[in-house]
Design a protein around this ligand. Structure first.
Ligand code: GLN
Length: 403
């Protein structure tokens, strides 16, 4: 019997399968040879559990879905400040193949449309084109947790017809922001776009971003958490080309689409999603892929800006006996939880005579620096008022400095 998540994905694809609107990309002639009816979806949790349905193991070319991952690699190589001298991180609100350069700096504004992505590929460290591509491939392997081959036919087809991308590259070269020769950079870019992935691969890649840069399946660290955060931020504002604003309102998940029919999407701290369906809308986004994510967002309640109802209390229990307050804390002590705890301790100290506060930390999972700062200041204040504060269980965090 299928588990309920797989059943939900299967039912979702079943509802979407009659939708045959849109057309397969054919400006890269070889892309027109895919089966237009393919439809697959996968979700990967941060525990590394993989759920998938439909044509989730069918390979297709990654195309523009590679862009955020190569952007993450360039950020790892050079840092945000250096990358930003070549390419911005603003939504350009333009189609993926737009001639899009900022008038004052000459930089492409948006790293997730072609002009910006070509400039980004050029920034990847490597002595020559072979080494740069090898590093791109190795990074995408690490994100996906398996080796990805190049579709040589799609690569050759794009290389033979990709003059618009060469023209974009020449424009960025003329502005002094392309870090390499046009032929070499576009060749690497075409190969990067021709890497073969499945919907499951995309879900693992997205889950790696959602998990602060650690692949939840292989447990390997691929990029720093800070870079994962930047990449997801850029995906939220720039990932769906000229439809990015509408996407954020309607679906509310960072995402990136490609003309191969794939879309990658992630809910930070929760999971990654990959969908695949080759028929595209006028904006170059997969019609059923978009619909699948839209429906998942609504049905499963995934929009990042949905305010969570009933934030779990960090205080599991609080009892007062003979001037001793015993407080059982639970979960992650972040800034928000610490604010609740501090408030409670201050209110109790103001209302009742207290000689001591015993904190039971058995069910505290982690203490973040911001949470520790608030608590430590409060403990100092309470002690100055002759109220002892101590932990009655092993202190899980060196951050709390409890006696
Ligand atoms: N390789 C494709 C191109 O540059 C990628 C475009 C896309 O997926 N939107 O035209």
């Amino acid at each position: 019997m299928d588990d309920p998540v797989t059943t939900a994905l299967t039912n979702l694809l079943h509802r979407l399968s009659p939708n045959h609107t849109g057309t397969v990309a054919d400006y890269i002639p070889e892309l027109a040879s895919v089966d237009p009816n393919s439809l697959g979806a996968a979700m990967v949790s941060l525990h590394g559990d993989i759920y998938h349905a439909g044509d989730s193991e069918t390979e297709f070319t990654i195309q523009s879905v590679s862009k955020p991952f190569v952007y993450a690699l360039a950020l790892s190589d050079l840092g945000l400040a250096a990358v930003t001298r070549h390419v911005g991180f603003e939504p350009s609100g333009e189609p993926f193949n737009a001639i899009s350069l900022e008038p004052d700096t000459g930089r492409p504004a948006n790293p997730l449309i072609n002009a910006g992505a070509i400039v980004t590929t050029a920034l990847v460290a490597g002595a020559d084109r072979a080494e740069k591509f090898a590093r791109i491939q190795a990074t995408l392997f690490a994100f996906a947790g398996r080796e990805l081959g190049v579709d040589e036919a799609v690569y050759a087809s794009e290389s033979a017809t990709g003059d618009r991308n060469r023209a974009l590259a020449y424009l960025t070269l003329s502005q002094g922001v392309l870090a390499g020769p046009v032929e070499e950079v576009t060749d690497t870019y075409f190969r990067q776009c021709a890497l073969r992935v499945t919907a499951i691969d995309l879900a693992v890649m997205a889950a790696t971003l959602a998990n602060g840069g650690v692949n939840p399946v292989t447990k390997r660290s691929v990029i720093d958490a800070e870079i994962a955060r930047i990449t997801l931020s850029v995906m939220s504002t720039c990932g769906m080309y000229d439809a990015s604003g509408e996407w954020m309102v309607q679906v509310g998940l960072p995402a990136k689409s490609g003309v191969g029919g794939g879309i990658v999407s992630a809910l930070p701290g929760e999971f990654g999603i990959g969908v695949f369906s080759p028929r595209l809308d006028a904006g170059g986004n997969s019609v059923r892929g978009k619909a699948a994510l839209h429906e998942m967002s609504q049905r499963f309640g995934l929009h990042v800006f949905t305010a969570p109802t009933g934030h779990r209390s960090p205080i599991a229990a609080s009892d007062l006996h003979d001037e001793v307050l015993n407080v059982q804390l639970q979960g992650e002590v972040d800034f928000i939880s610490a604010e609740r705890i501090v408030r409670h301790l201050q209110e109790m100290a103001a209302t009742y005579p207290l000689s001591r506060i015993d904190l039971d930390l058995t069910h505290v999972t982690t203490v973040q620096a911001a949470g520790s700062e608030l608590l430590t200041a409060t403990f100092t204040d309470l002690r100055s008022r002759d109220i002892a504060v101590r932990a009655i269980s092993p202190d899980p965090s060196p951050l709390l400095e409890l006696g």
